[in-house]
Design a protein around this ligand. Structure first.
Ligand code: PRP
Length: 257
């Protein structure tokens, strides 16, 4: 025989892959948040090679840092992570609030701050108008339904995919529920904010199985990103696992230390 394959010496060596051998697949939200996300990774010490917001490429393997980045629509990030196509994702809390995804949410990254708000045409924002059934246009039908249901207000929800501010201008809706960051888009369309429903920032989400199987690599990532983020760890809310095993809960606790 021309070669001899070295057998693993210890049980540990056989079953525990080296950290350097583990590749993490990370789904990043394209659009407004991508530049901020790349900045956080770079500040955390990750060399991202040719990953740039200019490129049309959707997959960026970065073997030097043991990571492959996928560039996906923000609303698709929880799906990639929940199904294990990505181990980790970076996505806004607004998206997580709208989707009931079974993913861990161990870190608030603090950037991308905005709010989900109710808005109306200037002069038509009076609260008493809300007593009769109103039409609300939004990208967030579940958040909107929950919000108005909790207040006992009957609404007809019109699902749109973008340019929500247009709806009241052309008589499609009485109200909108949309993201507000600077407020400039509302102002540009003579709309005023009626109420803030929730605040949102970028969150790191993790696949349940990956957290166990790639625990060391994911813990290292969380630790490094946490060090350059201004907010602390959270592990609450709708995006927490619906049911988690004792082992997985222990794994999350260990990442908090
Ligand atoms: C978002 C949101 C508002 C705007 C708010 O839209 O839906 O339209 O940003 O930002 P501002 O308060 O800073 O003006 P986005 O640019 O994502 O596009 P879309 O309308 O197609 O969803």
């Amino acid at each position: 025989m021309g070669w001899v394959r070295r057998l693993p010496v210890t049980k540990e060596e056989r079953f525990r892959p080296r950290l350097a051998d583990i590749m993490l697949t990370i789904a990043l939200s394209k659009g407004k948040m991508l530049d901020l996300t790349l900045d956080v990774f770079r500040r955390a010490g990750y060399a991202l090679g040719n990953l740039s917001t200019e490129s049309r490429r959707l997959v960026f393997p970065c073997p030097e840092i043991g990571m492959t980045f996928l560039i996906v629509r923000p609303t698709d990030v929880p799906t990639y992570v929940e199904y294990g196509a990505a181990d980790v994702g970076i996505v806004g809390k607004d998206v997580l609030m709208e989707q009931d995804s079974d993913v861990y949410e161990p870190l608030d990254l603090g950037f991308g701050a905005c709010r989900i708000a109710v808005a109306a045409l200037n002069g038509l924002a009076s609260r008493d108008r809300l007593s009769s059934k109103i039409r609300v246009a939004t990208k967030y039908p579940k958040v909107t339904e929950r919000y108005f249901n909790q207040r006992g207000m009957p609404v007809e929800i019109i699902k749109l995919y973008g340019s929500i501010e247009l709806a009241p201008l052309v008589g499609l809706a009485d109200r909108i529920v949309d993201l507000v960051e600077t407020g400039n888009t509302l102002k540009a369309h003579d709309l005023v904010e009626v109420e803030c429903i929730a605040r949102s920032t970028a969150r790191l989400v993790v696949n349940r199985a990956s957290l166990k199987l790639k625990h060391a690599a994911i813990t290292e990532l969380i630790t490094k990103l946490r060090a350059v983020s201004r907010t602390s760890i959270i592990q609450t809310g709708k995006s927490a696992p619906r049911k988690s095993s004792r082992g997985a809960r222990r794994a999350v606790r260990r990442t908090r230390r």
